[in-house]
Structures are given as structure tokens and as C-alpha cells.
Design a protein around this ligand. Structure first.
Ligand SMILES: Nc1ncnc2c1ncn2[C@@H]1O[C@H](COP(=O)(O)OP(=O)(O)OP(=O)(O)O)[C@@H](O)[C@H]1O
Length: 254
């Protein structure tokens, strides 16, 4: 068997606090394959964002090993992109300039980036908005810009921390459909943090279910719904079964 793209072994994280050390993650082990869409779900404070930050090389682990593409991984890398609940866009830059920024920082060829930017804005449904400023956009549109910016330098791994969590239900669902469409085209490796179990089942190949703090892996649920997925998959009895299986693991239904 070939090694996974990302492998974590007994990853643990203890934060030093003013009172006692706080164990945020305890012995988390997993493998994530290239091109896989994995979601992390779990109760608030179970360490989902901590795990994502460790995967992004932004946070140091206290213990355990993390391997990316066969090499030890513990620092930010250009081939890993991150997106958060609110996309911090530079207000004095246009949408186009915001999307171009990672490429400029990485010193990528400007002409190529301009072409890619136009393509990405079209991909996220923002054709014609390139010269607008962030203040002229709705929250959903700003997250679309964030998504385009995330994809601009073509990272191999996308780490997404509740990227649509601050949006209303309708916009969130539209964004999920867009994300799935983009993922089906690009087959990036995605690790997606969410509180929404239905969203995790709709999007993912596998859902990692975490326990309350200290976060451990309670289990991994294989999402065997057919792809490509459209919203009508939510009417599939298997969808409801998977949602209830995860709810059961999280102890939501007492
Ligand atoms: N920098 C820090 N210093 C101290 N404790 C921290 C720090 N960051 C996170 N924690 C603690 O670690 C635990 C895990 O936090 P984390 O943000 O990873 O959880 P989460 O599952 O993403 O939560 P939520 O779903 O509410 O966003 C929490 O108890 C949190 O208070």
C-alpha cells in the first residue's frame, strides 16, 4: 500500500495557559489521501482549529509526528492554502488585486496570474466584479473572493476552517455546491472544519469525528454516497443514515 499524502501519528497539543496546561489534542492518528475531501466535526473546543493550524504549519504540535508527501512537516508551505470563516481582504485593493496578492508574494509570473485570476473569478461566480472593492461586496461575495484567492497560487492542499460558517443558510448551501463543483474539477486535497453535520456528509469522502476536549478521533465515517453529488443526494435515505450515525457518535441524540 502506498503512503498517504498526509500522515499524522499520535499528534498531541498542550497549550500553556495562566492556570494549568490545557490538552487540546491527544494522540490523534490519521492518513489523508491525495485528492480526498475530509471534514472534521466535533463539539466546540475539541481541537478542530488546532489540528488544522498544525496541518498548516502555523501551530507547533507538542508530540507525535506529521508527514506530508513523505517528509516531516512543521512549517507553512506555499503548496498548502488556508481559508477561514472571514476572509481578510485588503480594503484598499480591488477584488482582482486581492486575488493576485498570493502570486505577487510568491513571485509568480504576473501575466499568468492575471489570466488565472480572471478564470478563478469566473469559477466562483464573480465575473465582472474584478474592479470592485471589498466594501462593495456582500459577505457571501467576500468569501467567494477568499475562495478565488485560496486557489490563485494553485496549492495542493486546502485547509478550510468553517469557511462558510458566518453566512446565512441559503448562501452557505450555494457556496457548498460551488465548492463541490470546483473540487470535482480540480481534485485538490481538502480538509474542511465544520459544525454542520449535513454539510460534512454532503461534501466529504470521509468525516473525522472528534471527541470533546481533549480532542481525540472518536471515529472515521466513510461517506459512500455517489459522486458527482448534487443537492438531491440529501433526499437519499443513505444521507440521513450517515447524518444520524455521526450525530450518534457525537452524542447529539440522547
Ligand atoms: N492559543 C491558545 N492558547 C490556549 N488555549 C488555546 C489556544 N487556542 C485554542 N486553545 C484551547 O484549545 C481548545 C481547542 O480549541 P480549538 O479552537 O482548536 O477548538 P475547535 O474545536 O476549533 O472549537 P470551535 O468549534 O469552538 O471553533 C479550546 O479549549 C481552546 O480554548
Amino acid at each position: 500500500m502506498t503512503a498517504s499524502l498526509i500522515e499524522g501519528r499520535n499528534v498531541s497539543k498542550v497549550y500553556a495557559t495562566a492556570t494549568a496546561p490545557l490538552v487540546a489534542l491527544s494522540d490523534v492518528s490519521f492518513g489523508i489521501e491525495e485528492g480526498e475531501f475530509v471534514s472534521l466535526v466535533g463539539p466546540s473546543g475539541c481541537g478542530k482549529s488546532t489540528l488544522l493550524s498544525i496541518l498548516g504549519g502555523l501551530e507547533e504540535r507538542t508530540d507525535g509526528t506529521l508527514v506530508l508527501d513523505g517528509k516531516h512537516h512543521d512549517a507553512p508551505r506555499a503548496d498548502i492554502g488556508m481559508m477561514f470563516q472571514t476572509s481578510v481582504l485588503f480594503p484598499w485593493r480591488t477584488v482582482r488585486e486581492n486575488v493576485l496578492l498570493p502570486g505577487i508574494i510568491l513571485g509568480l509570473e504576473r501575466k499568468q496570474q492575471e489570466a488565472r485570476c480572471a478564470e478563478l473569478l469566473s469559477m466562483v461566480g464573480l465575473d465582472g466584479f474584478g474592479e470592485r472593492y471589498p466594501s462593495e461586496l456582500s459577505g457571501g461575495m467576500r468569501q467567494r473572493v477568499g475562495l478565488a484567492r485560496l486557489l490563485a497560487h494553485d496549492p495542493r492542499v486546502l485547509l478550510m476552517d468553517e469557511p462558510f460558517g458566518a453566512l446565512d443558510e441559503f448562501t452557505r448551501e450555494t457556496m457548498n455546491i460551488e465548492l463541490l463543483r470546483i473540487w470535482e474539477r480540480t481534485r485538490k486535497t481538502v480538509i474542511f472544519v465544520t459544525h454542520n453535520i449535513g454539510e460534512a456528509v454532503f461534501l466529504s469522502d470521509r468525516v473525522f469525528v472528534m471527541t470533546p476536549r481533549p480532542g481525540r478521533l472518536e471515529g472515521i465515517v466513510e461517506i459512500d454516497l455517489p459522486r458527482p453529488r448534487r443537492t438531491d443526494v440529501m433526499r437519499d435515505p443513505r444521507y440521513a443514515e450517515l447524518v444520524f450515525e455521526i450525530r450518534g457518535m457525537l452524542g447529539v441524540d440522547h
